[in-house]
Design a protein around this ligand. Structure first.
Ligand code: SF4
Length: 206
């Protein structure tokens, strides 16, 4: 018997807002963020712990989300979380793309890949390993550096992504003062990596 896939028409949304992308390859670009509720990764330093419980966030129709984006001049949508891949994102990305929008995702890669993406930013977490299918598909590997051992951990993941995947090291926000000098020296010695800062936090925008 054939399996029938029912696409999700609503998703739990913690918040959505138009701002600039503060991190990684698309840093500085205007972007509409859709932050989905639900995460099962459990990073100790997570700065959006209120996103973890999907049931705590209202279900929103994906067409309404598309309309919110289209009410702005923005052309780029960043789907984040939480861990957005806890949800099937095929219908959301189809709706956004049909409306002429670019679809980017920020994910830990810990759940199966769904959706159609113009850009996949994989930020692997030690608390739940990324799946091989997400490592292979990633356009950008962004490793959060919390302590010195994270450089070796970053290299372990860089060895698993595609040849054209961009590589970023980003200091964990509370450790930035201590980690930035180490990251700068590491990048000077390993120039395949680039620095990503959470620009939005420095300029105080969402
Ligand atoms: S994957 Fe992201 S949302 Fe989930 S616990 Fe880690 S930092 Fe927080």
């Amino acid at each position: 018997m054939d399996t029938v896939t029912i696409q999700t028409a609503t998703l739990p949304v913690m918040e959505h807002f138009y701002t600039i992308q503060g991190e990684g390859f698309h840093q500085g670009r205007a972007a509409y963020f859709i932050r989905l509720g639900g995460c099962d990764v459990g990073c100790v330093w997570c700065d959006v712990k209120e996103s973890w419980d999907a049931a705590a966030h209202p279900q929103q129709d994906i067409n309404d989300l598309k309309d919110f984006v289209k009410a702005t001049p923005g052309e780029l949508v960043v789907v984040t979380g939480g861990e957005p891949l806890l949800h099937n994102l095929d219908a959301l990305t189809a709706t956004l793309r049909t409306a002429g929008l670019k679809t980017n995702i920020e994910t830990s890669g810990s759940s199966p890949l769904s959706g159609s993406w113009d850009w996949i930013c994989l930020s692997p977490k030690k608390f739940k390993a990324p799946l091989p299918e997400v490592l292979t598909a990633a356009h950008e590997l962004k490793v959060v550096v919390f302590n010195k051992s994270d450089f070796q951990w970053a290299e372990q993941h860089a060895a698993q992504v595609g040849a054209h995947c961009k590589l970023y090291l980003q200091p964990e926000w509370s450790k930035a003062a201590a980690m930035i000098p180490l990251i700068v020296e590491y990048i000077k010695d390993h120039p395949q990596w680039e620095l990503s800062l959470q620009l939005h936090k420095y300029i105080n925008v969402p």
